[in-house]
Design a protein around this ligand. Structure first.
Ligand SMILES: *Cc1c(COP(=O)(O)O)cnc(C)c1O
Length: 462
């Protein structure tokens, strides 16, 4: 990409300058949603399937850094980042320039007809930055779910086995195979069956609720895999190193390496679904690195291209090469513009030390949340890494005992914050987790501002 990049001076002044003009501060000037958003929402309701929902129906006109600007002129602190996609910030200047330049050069050829350099460069960068020091290869696709589907295909081809295992509380997507891999039926699978077969849900590790050590939890998981599935039929075990939709679950220490060791000993491909946790989200390139886990295959998507649709399966060359030529790929997979954006995201991570920004966000957020926990006993657990931090809320007075989930508090907090111009997302099997998933451009000042809003929101609960 680098030698085809359009020099900054030759870009129309608008493209980068306009985005940079968004002030990095919260501003609420109408009711939320405002009148223009309400008008758009009425149009949308007439023509967009109600199967597609929106957390907060404010219609966004512009975004930059850590801020979303809606059509009514309200500015939101974005603690969702499009679910961990705009990790390198909204409209980062170098990515916007790379996209613009690449769009002028070539929009599409189809890599499986006539290839181009940008695809190769992304594969090189993934080989370099995914965990593990061994020859690696990559296939590029369009979405996270497609990466999961391909990871499973590749593992089945390599092993000649049929069964797929996942963990309780997992989320892997909305396609036919992946909806069978999710923990929650509602809303992801209910009524959409028949589901894909040969998918097994193994017990996980949930330190806040099960109190098991990593070793004990791994023993329980492995016991299930051996008894219920049978190691010799198991093609792969797919695991999020930190569960995303499940509520930013950090497993007990030693859990992941113990599972990898068992998989390796039994010829099972262990796949890290790093779709939400990867690409510098957690202060490391990949969350698996925090836990001493070197997976066989790694799935990357969300944060890789700052919003352009791109996803990848990367892993051990001998596993990735088991598929026959023509068996992997697809029309849009590894689109040149999406690849150029990804190369620029990798550049931003390196040049602007975004890994350090993730660690800064973790320190600021967790310190602020610790203070809130002293005030509000509904905060049962604080967990996560980097810019992927969550609090699990329980009913008052139950944090030490039954830990009864408190989804009502989470929805009240989310609603209160939205009215004040802060976008928070919920998560968790019981909807009782509030997650903080900002871009790495979220400053300490903006975090303090958001935590002030959250403090007020907690106070109105009580
Ligand atoms: C979002 C997500 C997926 C699915 O990705 P899509 O791009 O929405 O298909 C899969 N796994 C995890 C962990 C995710 O967070």
């Amino acid at each position: 990409m680098t030698d085809t990049q359009i020099p900054v001076e030759s870009l129309p002044a608008e493209s980068s300058a306009q985005a940079a003009a968004v002030p990095q501060e919260r501003r609420v000037v109408t009711a939320i949603p405002g009148p223009k958003s309400q008008e758009l929402h009425a149009r949308r309701t007439a023509v967009v399937s109600s199967g597609v929902s929106s957390v907060l129906p404010v219609y966004i006109e512009r975004a930059n850094g850590a801020i979303l600007v809606d059509v009514d002129g309200n500015r939101f602190l974005d603690f969702g980042a499009g679910i961990g996609v705009t990790t390198a910030g909204h409209t980062p200047a170098n990515v916007v320039e790379a996209i613009t330049g690449q769009a002028r050069d070539v929009l599409h050829t189809l890599f499986t007809i006539t290839p181009y350099e940008e695809y190769v460069r992304v594969a090189e960068l993934l080989a370099e930055h995914t965990p593990g020091d061994f020859p690696k290869k990559t296939v590029l696709v369009n979405s996270g779910a497609e990466a999961v589907e391909n990871g499973v295909k590749i593992a089945r081809k390599h092993t000649g086995r049929r069964a797929v295992a996942v963990l309780d509380h997992a989320y892997h997507g909305r396609t036919n195979l992946t909806m069978a891999m999710n923990y929650k039926a509602m809303p992801y699978a209910t009524g959409f069956g028949p589901l894909a077969g040969d998918v097994y849900h193994a017990p996980s590790s949930y330190p806040f609720r099960d109190g098991l050590s990593g070793e004990e939890a791994a023993e329980r998981t492995i016991g299930y895999l051996e008894k219920v599935v049978g190691a010799t039929d198991l093609a792969c075990l797919v695991v999020e190193p930190i569960q995303g939709e499940g509520g930013f679950m950090v497993y007990a220490d030693g859990f992941l390496p113990a599972l990898q060791e068992w998989c390796t000993a039994n010829g099972v491909v262990m796949i890290a679904d790093e779709i939400q946790s990867g690409m510098a989200r957690t202060g490391r390139y990949y969350a698996a690195e925090h836990f001493g886990w070197v997976p066989d295959l790694v799935l990357t998507a969300k944060g890789i291209a700052a919003g352009m649709p791109l996803a990848a399966v990367t892993g051990r060359a001998e596993i990735m090469d088991a598929s026959q030529p023509g068996g992997l790929g697809g029309t849009f997979g590894g689109n040149p513009v999406a690849c150029a954006a990804a190369v620029a995201v990798f550049e931003a991570i390196e040049q602007e030390d975004l890994l350090a920004e993730g660690r800064r966000i973790e320190a600021t957020l967790t310190a602020g949340l610790d203070r809130l926990r002293e005030k509000y006993d509904v905060i049962g657990d604080i967990r996560g890494r980097g810019a992927m931090i969550a609090i699990e809320l329980v009913k008052p007075g139950t944090a030490e005992t039954t830990k009864e989930p408190n989804p009502g508090a989470v929805s009240a907090l989310v609603a209160h914050a939205a009215q004040q111009g802060v976008l928070f997302l919920s998560a968790g099997t019981w909807g009782n987790v509030l997650r903080f998933l900002p871009s790495l451009r979220m400053t300490d000042e903006l975090i303090a501002d958001a935590l002030g809003v959250l403090d007020d929101a907690f106070a109105t609960l009580a």
